[in-house]
Design a protein around this ligand. Structure first.
Ligand SMILES: [Zn+2]
Length: 97
């Protein structure tokens, strides 16, 4: 899928967040959520599945922050995996994710 067809904005808890693709450092950092700035940064080099999983992960990070859930990072990662599998197995993804 071409870069310009990939999702650029998401609504989370009724707020618009930009989704930007850039080279993140360190190299093992795949995504970052800047909640106050309403920006989600995703490592530009990710493949299709890793990109979807990372966007989902950052959505969960935003929800964790906005609702002050203070979830353990292990819980966020488990929710990411579980939701990813549900979306995948039931073909619930939007085409531009
Ligand atoms: Zn995280």
């Amino acid at each position: 899928m071409e870069r310009d067809q990939i999702i650029k904005e998401l609504m989370i808890a009724g707020r618009p967040f930009s989704v930007e693709y850039c080279d993140l450092t360190p190299a093992d950092c795949l995504g970052k959520a800047h909640v106050a700035q309403q920006r989600i940064l995703i490592e530009a080099g990710l493949g299709y599945h890793a990109r979807r999983a990372t966007i989902l992960h950052e959505i969960l990070e935003v929800i964790d922050s906005l609702y002050e859930l203070n979830l353990d990072h292990r819980v966020i990662s488990a929710l990411e995996s579980a939701l990813y599998q549900v979306l995948q197995d039931n073909e619930l993804w939007r085409d531009d994710w």
